[in-house]
Write a protein that binds this ligand. Structure first.
Ligand code: IVH
Length: 680
């Protein structure tokens, strides 16, 4: 393909892909299959790789993002980004309506819109191409997040048709659909469970709500990561000189025809009563939307009338928002059950009369621990208020005492494990009760076995969660070391277990003996040692023996390790039972040290170089960067001298080091340049 044909192909493919993209993400009516779509995109990317000069700013290939980390430029808004006056009462809306009538008379209409709960964004289009995307910031200036915004599939990179203004700004709300928010949290729950966190600790770490998550995502510096979270965007206001429309409603209809995602639910209302109908409708129906709204926005439709009404210092006089109260329902507490986790932590769970709340049916709510039960004084049979606040698991916020039965009694918290009967203990400073019967409590044993064989740990094919439970129930597995003593004749004949399946399992077990030390360390299930921490520990200590012999000080020197993790590691190795298990696993041939490959250098890209690091790096921790430099054959030094090869400067670098480097004419590299050097 020569340059000329490549150019034509790029134009043709860009148009095709953008059209399919619009059909899928804006209209929700896909025109081709995912595979066909990927093939078109791959074709475009391959031509662009061959002819980089043909990559256009609005190429669909830009939507995948880039992991080149950069900070955001501050951009001044051409039109200040104002906010809206808020109200929670219909009486206030009556006042707003009366004020408006006094100023412009009775001949006007309102546009009622949903108030999307996300992050405001201003998009500038020049000649139909997305030029810049800026966050609200302080209203006067915001962050240029164009690279991130380009990854949002429903935002057109190139507009449809040709009757759009040559230069205009359109504003809207970037949001995270609820399903995507739930997916991200489910992923996080799996990861944190793997790392041994209990329900309380997991709840603390979950994404709070779709709005915060959207806001955090759009400010991510790595646009590849943004592309992985499926943000979406509704547009609701247009700004520009000499816009070719007379009112807001027409403007939105036109914007829809240019390819923007405009809500179908906006409505023209001639009276404040019609506005109340709209509010009452959506206060109930909002639960069925696939995204969060926190109210409705009321705008005077006509542009000339908007101008007449004008602005206060902070907000327009032609618009106001009405906010809904937080989603909250009253339902009956049927009973409280207690769950035992892999670590023995007990979590009380409220079983509720199912109720529809913010789009999902709620049957269970977390009660966290005995303190919370006592504080709320919830009793079985009570009518309780359930709220979906930040947490993914709804919580009980109170009891309707008026509906309480006179025969109800306070909850007596269990004193023994519901699974094995062992007396529960409470560790000092913790609100959670634990079952200490680590070796004899079924959910703890099964949980540990399942963790050991899981994908991120020993990754034993054939030993999924169900099979592990089956083998436990038949008395074949009681401890992770038993896995390596399984014999074929004991397996064959169990439910759904033929010769072939048994052979597969044994092969999987054999294969796991070569799984790297960092995974073995993770598989051991030390509390708070998730896969990332395990990796860091493995590279830092190189062998289990070194890790086992490390005292608190030595542990705290390792990357990512704080008091909590250090203490947990010490406790783990003190347990006699853990020592025995490790001994058995060692005899079975598992990897308890890094292989020669892993301990030796990753590359020689920095061989012979002496590097001084200053300032805060985004991708490496202070204590990590020296390891990274060493692994690539380089040396780190604390001060700049004529021997320094280059200075690696992060954010807020030390002034002295930079001055010295300039004086000695020593190169200063940014973190991105450094990463590129390693990746080249
Ligand atoms: S119009 C000058 N319309 O709510 C008024 N805002 O509290 C510009 N919002 O900053 C805003 N949905 O982030 C408007 N349909 C909608 C909206 C909306 C959500 C957000 C927006 C704004 C905030 C004001």
């Amino acid at each position: 393909m020569n340059l000329e044909t490549a150019k034509l192909a790029v134009i043709e493919l860009t148009e095709q892909i953008n059209a399919h993209n619009y059909a899928y993400y804006v209209l929700a009516q896909p025109t081709i299959s995912d595979v066909e779509f990927d093939m078109l995109l791959q074709k475009l990317v391959s031509i662009e790789t061959q002819y980089p000069q043909l990559v256009q700013a609005h190429s669909p290939s830009q939507r995948v993002g880039s992991d080149v980390v950069k900070s955001f430029n501050q951009v001044k808004h051409q039109y200040p980004m104002l906010s809206l006056g808020n109200t929670y009462s219909q009486a206030d809306l009556h006042d707003f309506d009366e004020r408006t009538r006094k100023l412009i008379g009775n001949n006007f209409e309102y546009v009622c819109e949903l108030k999307f709960d996300g992050v405001a964004i201003g998009l500038t289009y020049v000649n139909g191409i997305l030029q810049q995307a800026v966050t609200r910031g302080d209203g006067v200036q915001g962050d240029d997040v164009t690279a991130n915004v380009k990854t949002i599939k429903s935002i057109p990179l190139q507009l449809h048709g040709n009757n759009y203004p040559s230069n205009f700004e359109i504003r809207g709300e970037i949001f995270l659909p609820r399903a995507e928010f739930d997916r991200l949290n489910q992923e996080l729950i799996l990861q944190l469970t793997d790392e041994g966190y209990n329900v309380d600790e997991i709840n603390e770490r979950l994404y709070r709500n779709p709005r915060n998550t959207a806001s955090g995502t759009i400010k991510q510096q790595d646009s590849k990561l943004v592309a992985q979270r499926k943000l979406d965007c509704y547009l609701y206001n247009i700004f520009g000189d000499d816009l070719p429309f007379k009112n807001h409603y027409d403007a939105l209809e036109k914007a829809r025809s240019w390819g923007f995602k405009i809500s179908e639910h906006s409505k023209l209302c001639k009276s404040i009563e019609a506005v109340f109908d709209f509010i009452n409708h959506w206060d109930v129906k909002r639960e069925q939307l696939p995204f969060d709204i926190d109210g409705i926005v009321l705008k005077v439709n006509d542009y000339a009338q908007q101008e007449e009404l004008g602005y206060t210092a902070k907000s327009p006089r032609w618009a106001i928002s009405y906010k809904f109260k937080a989603a909250n329902k009253c339902t009956q507490l049927i009973d409280i059950t207690y769950q035992v986790g892999r670590t023995g932590a007990i979590t009380p769970v409220a079983n509720l009369q199912p109720v529809l709340l913010a789009g999902t049916i709620v049957k269970r709510a977390s009660l966290h621990n005995s303190d919370i039960i006592e504080k709320l004084d919830v009793r079985i049979g009570d009518m309780v208020f359930v709220e979906k606040g930040g947490e993914i698991i709804p919580k009980i916020t109170g009891v309707d005492l008026e509906q309480r039965s006179s025969t109800s009694v306070p909850v007596t918290y269990i004193t023994n494990c519901p699974e094995c009967g062992t007396s529960l203990v409470r560790k000092p400073g913790e609100a959670v009760f634990y079952c200490t019967n680590e070796l004899g409590c079924k959910p703890q044993i099964i949980g540990k076995l399942q963790h050991f064989t899981s994908r991120k740990a020993m990754n034993i094919e054939g030993l999924g969660e169900e099979t592990v439970t089956l083998l436990f129930n038949h008395g074949l597995l009681n401890n992770v070391a038993d896995i390596y003593e399984l014999q074929k004749d004991r397996l064959v004949g169990l439910e759904r277990m033929g010769d072939k399946t048994a052979t597969n399992i044994l092969n999987g077990i054999e294969k796991s003996k070569s799984v790297g030390f960092e995974k073995v360390l993770f598989a051991l299930g030390i509390r708070y040692v998730g896969d990332t921490v395990a990796k860091k520990l493995a590279f830092h200590f190189k062998s289990l023996t070194n890790l086992k012999e490390a005292n608190v000080e030595a542990l705290l020197e390792a990357p990512e390790v704080g008091d909590k993790i250090a203490q947990s590691i010490l406790n783990f190795f003190q347990e006699k039972n853990n020592q025995e298990t490790i001994q058995k696993l060692k005899l079975h041939g598992l990897q308890f040290e890094l292989s020669v490959n892993e301990t030796s250098n990753i590359s020689n890209k920095l061989a012979g170089l002496i590097i001084v690091t200053t300032g805060t790096l985004k991708n490496f921790k202070r204590d990590e960067i020296n390891d990274v430099i060493a692994k690539h054959g380089g040396k780190s030094s604390g001060s700049v001298s004529s021997k320094t090869s280059f200075v690696l400067a992060g954010e807020s670098p030390g002034e002295n080091k930079i001055n010295k480097a300039n004086q000695l004419q020593i190169a200063i590299k940014t973190e991105e340049e450094f990463i590129r050097l390693l990746n080249d």
